[in-house]
Design a protein around this ligand. Structure first.
Ligand code: OGA
Ligand code: MN
Length: 285
Protein backbone atom coordinates (compact mmCIF):
# COMPACT_ATOMS: atom_id res chain seq x y z
CA UNK A 1 0.00 0.00 0.00
CA UNK A 2 1.49 3.41 -0.87
CA UNK A 3 2.34 5.76 1.96
CA UNK A 4 -0.17 8.58 2.43
CA UNK A 5 0.59 11.78 4.26
CA UNK A 6 -2.09 13.78 6.05
CA UNK A 7 -0.89 17.23 7.07
CA UNK A 8 -2.05 18.13 10.59
CA UNK A 9 -0.09 21.42 10.95
CA UNK A 10 1.50 22.82 7.80
CA UNK A 11 5.27 22.21 7.66
CA UNK A 12 5.21 20.92 11.25
CA UNK A 13 3.03 17.86 11.96
CA UNK A 14 1.92 15.04 9.63
CA UNK A 15 0.09 11.77 10.12
CA UNK A 16 1.46 8.99 7.96
CA UNK A 17 -0.91 6.28 6.78
CA UNK A 18 -0.37 3.12 4.77
CA UNK A 19 2.70 1.86 6.67
CA UNK A 20 2.78 -1.31 8.76
CA UNK A 21 6.00 -1.24 10.77
CA UNK A 22 5.70 -4.88 11.85
CA UNK A 23 7.32 -5.73 8.51
CA UNK A 24 10.62 -4.21 7.35
CA UNK A 25 9.79 -1.22 5.13
CA UNK A 26 10.93 -1.56 1.52
CA UNK A 27 13.36 1.02 0.10
CA UNK A 28 10.62 3.22 -1.29
CA UNK A 29 8.72 3.37 1.97
CA UNK A 30 11.90 3.98 3.97
CA UNK A 31 12.88 6.78 1.57
CA UNK A 32 9.42 8.35 1.81
CA UNK A 33 9.54 8.25 5.63
CA UNK A 34 12.97 9.88 5.65
CA UNK A 35 11.71 12.55 3.23
CA UNK A 36 8.74 13.22 5.51
CA UNK A 37 11.10 13.64 8.48
CA UNK A 38 12.88 16.44 6.60
CA UNK A 39 9.67 18.43 6.28
CA UNK A 40 7.73 17.50 9.42
CA UNK A 41 9.12 17.92 12.92
CA UNK A 42 6.43 15.61 14.31
CA UNK A 43 5.25 12.44 12.56
CA UNK A 44 2.38 10.30 13.81
CA UNK A 45 1.75 6.72 12.69
CA UNK A 46 -1.46 5.22 14.09
CA UNK A 47 -2.24 1.59 14.96
CA UNK A 48 1.34 0.31 15.18
CA UNK A 49 0.79 -2.78 17.37
CA UNK A 50 4.37 -3.94 16.80
CA UNK A 51 7.09 -5.63 18.84
CA UNK A 52 10.09 -3.92 20.37
CA UNK A 53 12.47 -5.06 17.60
CA UNK A 54 10.25 -3.49 14.94
CA UNK A 55 10.08 -0.29 16.97
CA UNK A 56 13.89 -0.13 17.14
CA UNK A 57 14.16 -0.95 13.43
CA UNK A 58 11.98 2.12 12.76
CA UNK A 59 14.30 4.28 14.92
CA UNK A 60 17.31 2.86 13.05
CA UNK A 61 15.92 4.14 9.73
CA UNK A 62 16.81 7.69 10.77
CA UNK A 63 20.30 7.06 12.19
CA UNK A 64 21.66 5.06 15.11
CA UNK A 65 18.96 3.76 17.46
CA UNK A 66 20.03 4.80 20.95
CA UNK A 67 18.70 4.54 24.48
CA UNK A 68 15.42 2.66 24.90
CA UNK A 69 13.20 3.09 27.90
CA UNK A 70 9.69 2.77 29.15
CA UNK A 71 8.14 6.11 30.01
CA UNK A 72 5.53 5.33 32.64
CA UNK A 73 4.18 5.95 36.10
CA UNK A 74 4.55 2.25 36.92
CA UNK A 75 6.90 0.04 38.92
CA UNK A 76 8.52 -2.93 37.19
CA UNK A 77 5.80 -5.20 38.65
CA UNK A 78 3.16 -3.06 36.89
CA UNK A 79 1.75 -1.32 39.97
CA UNK A 80 1.33 2.48 39.97
CA UNK A 81 4.19 4.38 41.67
CA UNK A 82 3.43 6.86 44.43
CA UNK A 83 3.90 10.39 43.02
CA UNK A 84 6.18 11.30 45.94
CA UNK A 85 8.79 8.66 45.03
CA UNK A 86 12.10 10.03 43.77
CA UNK A 87 11.62 8.39 40.37
CA UNK A 88 8.22 10.06 39.98
CA UNK A 89 9.50 13.43 41.10
CA UNK A 90 12.41 13.25 38.65
CA UNK A 91 10.11 12.06 35.83
CA UNK A 92 7.86 15.05 36.55
CA UNK A 93 10.47 17.19 34.72
CA UNK A 94 8.75 16.03 31.51
CA UNK A 95 5.92 18.41 32.39
CA UNK A 96 8.22 21.39 31.72
CA UNK A 97 8.90 22.51 28.14
CA UNK A 98 12.19 20.82 27.24
CA UNK A 99 14.46 19.34 24.60
CA UNK A 100 15.81 15.88 25.37
CA UNK A 101 19.36 15.68 26.73
CA UNK A 102 20.69 19.10 25.66
CA UNK A 103 23.55 18.56 28.14
CA UNK A 104 25.10 16.08 25.69
CA UNK A 105 27.73 17.29 23.23
CA UNK A 106 25.40 15.95 20.54
CA UNK A 107 21.81 15.84 21.83
CA UNK A 108 19.65 13.09 20.25
CA UNK A 109 18.48 13.91 16.74
CA UNK A 110 15.03 12.49 17.32
CA UNK A 111 13.01 10.55 19.84
CA UNK A 112 9.86 8.48 19.54
CA UNK A 113 7.12 7.12 21.75
CA UNK A 114 4.79 4.19 21.12
CA UNK A 115 1.68 4.25 23.31
CA UNK A 116 0.97 1.03 25.24
CA UNK A 117 -1.38 2.25 27.99
CA UNK A 118 -3.03 5.65 27.94
CA UNK A 119 -5.19 7.38 30.58
CA UNK A 120 -8.78 8.20 29.60
CA UNK A 121 -8.14 11.89 30.17
CA UNK A 122 -5.01 14.06 30.29
CA UNK A 123 -1.45 12.96 29.55
CA UNK A 124 -1.39 14.58 26.11
CA UNK A 125 2.04 15.52 24.77
CA UNK A 126 2.61 19.00 23.38
CA UNK A 127 5.23 20.11 20.84
CA UNK A 128 6.36 23.67 20.02
CA UNK A 129 7.97 24.43 16.65
CA UNK A 130 11.16 26.39 17.35
CA UNK A 131 12.02 26.92 13.68
CA UNK A 132 8.70 28.72 13.18
CA UNK A 133 9.12 30.56 16.48
CA UNK A 134 12.58 31.77 15.43
CA UNK A 135 11.22 33.06 12.13
CA UNK A 136 8.56 35.05 13.99
CA UNK A 137 11.01 36.81 16.35
CA UNK A 138 11.86 40.47 15.75
CA UNK A 139 15.01 40.79 13.57
CA UNK A 140 16.96 42.46 16.41
CA UNK A 141 16.24 39.58 18.71
CA UNK A 142 17.18 37.02 16.05
CA UNK A 143 20.44 38.86 15.43
CA UNK A 144 21.22 38.88 19.14
CA UNK A 145 20.38 35.21 19.61
CA UNK A 146 22.44 34.20 16.58
CA UNK A 147 25.52 35.36 18.50
CA UNK A 148 24.49 33.81 21.84
CA UNK A 149 25.32 30.47 23.46
CA UNK A 150 23.42 28.75 26.25
CA UNK A 151 24.54 26.28 28.92
CA UNK A 152 22.32 23.27 29.69
CA UNK A 153 22.35 20.97 32.74
CA UNK A 154 20.30 18.10 34.12
CA UNK A 155 20.49 19.63 37.59
CA UNK A 156 18.75 22.76 36.35
CA UNK A 157 15.55 21.00 35.25
CA UNK A 158 15.52 19.00 38.50
CA UNK A 159 15.86 22.17 40.54
CA UNK A 160 13.03 23.72 38.53
CA UNK A 161 10.89 20.72 39.48
CA UNK A 162 11.34 21.65 43.12
CA UNK A 163 14.00 19.06 44.02
CA UNK A 164 16.45 20.51 46.52
CA UNK A 165 18.46 17.61 48.00
CA UNK A 166 21.90 17.73 46.30
CA UNK A 167 21.92 13.91 46.14
CA UNK A 168 18.62 13.94 44.26
CA UNK A 169 19.40 16.67 41.77
CA UNK A 170 22.96 15.69 40.91
CA UNK A 171 23.22 14.98 37.18
CA UNK A 172 25.45 12.28 35.81
CA UNK A 173 26.54 14.49 32.90
CA UNK A 174 28.68 17.61 32.80
CA UNK A 175 26.94 20.74 31.45
CA UNK A 176 27.13 21.54 27.74
CA UNK A 177 27.26 24.86 25.91
CA UNK A 178 25.54 25.17 22.52
CA UNK A 179 24.59 28.01 20.18
CA UNK A 180 20.99 29.11 20.75
CA UNK A 181 20.32 29.40 17.02
CA UNK A 182 21.48 26.25 15.28
CA UNK A 183 20.88 24.17 12.20
CA UNK A 184 18.22 21.49 12.21
CA UNK A 185 20.11 18.58 10.64
CA UNK A 186 16.93 17.07 9.15
CA UNK A 187 15.86 20.10 7.12
CA UNK A 188 18.95 22.33 7.04
CA UNK A 189 16.71 25.10 8.42
CA UNK A 190 17.59 27.20 11.40
CA UNK A 191 16.01 26.41 14.72
CA UNK A 192 16.71 27.06 18.40
CA UNK A 193 17.97 25.12 21.39
CA UNK A 194 16.82 26.09 24.89
CA UNK A 195 14.34 24.86 27.49
CA UNK A 196 13.97 23.67 31.07
CA UNK A 197 17.60 22.43 31.18
CA UNK A 198 18.96 25.86 30.23
CA UNK A 199 20.95 27.21 33.19
CA UNK A 200 22.03 30.51 31.66
CA UNK A 201 22.94 32.33 28.47
CA UNK A 202 26.67 32.96 28.11
CA UNK A 203 27.62 36.53 28.95
CA UNK A 204 24.28 37.39 30.62
CA UNK A 205 23.70 37.92 34.34
CA UNK A 206 21.45 35.39 36.13
CA UNK A 207 18.59 37.96 36.03
CA UNK A 208 19.06 38.67 32.32
CA UNK A 209 19.33 34.94 31.58
CA UNK A 210 16.16 34.15 33.44
CA UNK A 211 14.25 36.99 31.74
CA UNK A 212 15.55 35.86 28.34
CA UNK A 213 14.50 32.25 28.95
CA UNK A 214 11.02 33.35 30.09
CA UNK A 215 10.65 35.54 27.04
CA UNK A 216 11.77 32.81 24.63
CA UNK A 217 9.52 30.22 26.24
CA UNK A 218 6.51 32.55 26.24
CA UNK A 219 7.05 33.47 22.59
CA UNK A 220 7.73 29.92 21.34
CA UNK A 221 4.87 28.20 23.11
CA UNK A 222 2.14 30.46 21.80
CA UNK A 223 -0.79 28.54 20.38
CA UNK A 224 0.24 29.13 16.76
CA UNK A 225 3.48 27.16 17.23
CA UNK A 226 2.05 24.33 19.36
CA UNK A 227 0.60 20.93 18.50
CA UNK A 228 -1.15 18.86 21.20
CA UNK A 229 -1.16 15.11 20.65
CA UNK A 230 -4.09 13.20 22.15
CA UNK A 231 -2.79 9.66 22.41
CA UNK A 232 -4.55 6.53 21.26
CA UNK A 233 -3.15 3.10 22.09
CA UNK A 234 -0.51 2.06 19.50
CA UNK A 235 0.17 5.57 18.23
CA UNK A 236 3.82 5.88 17.26
CA UNK A 237 4.97 9.49 17.37
CA UNK A 238 8.43 10.71 16.39
CA UNK A 239 9.78 14.22 17.01
CA UNK A 240 12.77 16.10 15.67
CA UNK A 241 14.64 16.84 18.89
CA UNK A 242 16.71 19.59 17.27
CA UNK A 243 13.62 21.53 16.27
CA UNK A 244 10.91 21.22 18.94
CA UNK A 245 10.29 21.70 22.62
CA UNK A 246 7.91 19.20 24.18
CA UNK A 247 6.13 18.47 27.47
CA UNK A 248 3.49 16.17 28.90
CA UNK A 249 0.21 17.62 30.21
CA UNK A 250 -1.13 16.61 33.65
CA UNK A 251 -3.09 13.39 34.24
CA UNK A 252 -3.99 11.25 37.22
CA UNK A 253 -0.45 10.02 37.93
CA UNK A 254 -1.52 8.41 41.20
CA UNK A 255 -4.53 6.58 39.75
CA UNK A 256 -4.32 6.21 35.94
CA UNK A 257 -1.84 4.00 34.13
CA UNK A 258 0.29 5.62 31.43
CA UNK A 259 3.03 3.66 29.67
CA UNK A 260 4.84 4.35 26.42
CA UNK A 261 7.85 2.72 24.83
CA UNK A 262 10.56 5.18 24.02
CA UNK A 263 13.50 5.14 21.61
CA UNK A 264 15.99 7.72 20.38
CA UNK A 265 18.03 8.45 17.30
CA UNK A 266 21.54 9.38 18.44
CA UNK A 267 24.94 9.99 16.92
CA UNK A 268 24.34 13.24 15.11
CA UNK A 269 26.85 16.08 15.02
CA UNK A 270 26.96 18.71 17.74
CA UNK A 271 24.56 21.64 17.19
CA UNK A 272 26.09 24.02 14.67
CA UNK A 273 25.64 27.70 13.98
CA UNK A 274 24.57 28.91 10.59
CA UNK A 275 28.04 28.94 8.97
CA UNK A 276 27.45 31.78 6.51
CA UNK A 277 27.12 35.49 7.02
CA UNK A 278 24.37 37.20 9.01
CA UNK A 279 22.99 38.62 5.76
CA UNK A 280 22.45 35.12 4.43
CA UNK A 281 21.02 34.06 7.75
CA UNK A 282 18.27 36.63 7.50
CA UNK A 283 17.68 36.06 3.82
CA UNK A 284 16.42 32.62 4.82
CA UNK A 285 13.25 33.84 6.53
C1 OGA B 1 10.13 12.01 26.74
C2 OGA B 1 9.05 12.90 27.17
C3 OGA B 1 6.67 13.14 27.35
C4 OGA B 1 5.49 12.25 27.50
O1 OGA B 1 9.90 10.81 26.68
O2 OGA B 1 11.23 12.51 26.42
O3 OGA B 1 9.29 14.06 27.38
O4 OGA B 1 4.41 12.65 27.02
N1 OGA B 1 7.83 12.36 27.24
O5 OGA B 1 5.62 11.18 28.09
MN1 MN C 1 11.37 14.55 26.76
Amino acid sequence: MPLRLHVVCKGFVAEIHGVDLSVAPDHRTAGALRDAARSYAVMVLRDQDIDYESFLRFAGMFGTAGRCDDISNLHEDGSIRVPTSLESRQAAGNALWHTDMPMLVAPPLAAMLLAQEIPATGGETQFADLAAALGALAPDMRRRLAKTNAVHELETIRRRMGLTDPGEIRGEYPPAEHPVVCLDPFSGRLSMLFGAHTSYFTGMSPEESSAMLDQLLRHSTQEEFVYTHRWRRYDLLMWNNRRVLHRVLPYGVATDRRRLWRAEVVGGRRPRRWPQSMRELFARF
